[in-house]
Design a protein around this ligand. Structure first.
Ligand code: C5P
Length: 224
């Protein structure tokens, strides 16, 4: 089977990551979670009391930032490492979610992370999800998907995800966070979230998880 790049972009909490993971598994491709990189960078800035709006702090933060992914041999799940430490759970907390979009507006940070994402996808056979994958990271991706879902559905799904990990968060708080991240991500100067004209839009509000995965796998098979 040929190797292609599948770019999955869309609003926060649409289920892009879980869908992208399942699509990658079905096709034997590698999944790359670009959002995890922005989240790990955010955790790094928070841990070291660095401000993303201070250019000196940004320089300092980027110099000491090392992000990598490893497969957990027990669960076979990909986990995010920050400077050698497993931060997979920490980067999914509300503390990080509340600050990540601010960090992701910074040009220098994006430049560094985009370069890393491009290196990781160079050999193709990857599914990458994020906000600027089809527009900036891989503008030549063979398949671009833009996922959407209504805010209510997204918030309820995210609340369940957090609950499964033992974090109880009020639905309104999640809704506010998702809406605020969408606002910042869509209106920022650097690589705003957009649907490129060549992307296939999939509204997952009324789709089952298996249904949305199957739809993308089918689209991929048509271009492989
Ligand atoms: O995908 P996830 O929700 O984990 O991403 C967290 C945040 O990281 C987004 O809200 C956005 O601010 C930022 N992000 C980005 N570009 C990407 C991926 C994520 O700006 N390619």
């Amino acid at each position: 089977m040929g190797k292609i790049v599948i770019a999955i972009d869309g609003y926060s909490g649409c289920g892009k990551s879980s869908t992208a993971k399942a699509v990658a598994k079905a096709l034997g491709f590698t999944y790359i979670d670009s959002g995890a990189m922005y989240r790990a960078a955010t955790l790094h800035f928070l841990n070291h009391f660095l401000s993303p709006s201070n250019p000196n702090d940004v320089e300092k933060g980027l110099k000491s930032l090392e992000i990598s992914f490893q497969i957990n041999p027990d669960t076979q799940k990909q986990e995010t490492y920050l400077n050698g430490l497993n931060v997979e759970d920490q980067i999914r907390t509300m503390k990080v979610s509340e600050r990540v979009s601010e960090v992701a507006t910074v040009k220098q940070i994006r430049k560094e992370l985009v370069a890393k994402q491009q290196r990781l996808g160079k050999r193709k056979g990857v599914v990458m999800d994020g906000r600027d994958i089809g527009s900036v990271v891989f503008p030549d991706a063979e398949l671009k998907v833009f996922m959407t879902a209504d805010l209510e559905t997204r918030a309820a799904r995210r609340q369940q995800e957090l609950l499964d990990k033992g974090e109880m968060v009020d639905l309104e708080e999640i809704k506010t966070n998702l809406a605020e991240r969408d606002r910042i991500d869509s209106s920022r100067v650097e690589s705003p979230l957009i649907k490129t004209p060549d992307a296939v839009e999939i509204d997952t509000s009324n789709l089952t998880f298996d249904g949305q995965v199957a739809q993308i796998v089918q689209l991929a098979k048509a271009v492989i």
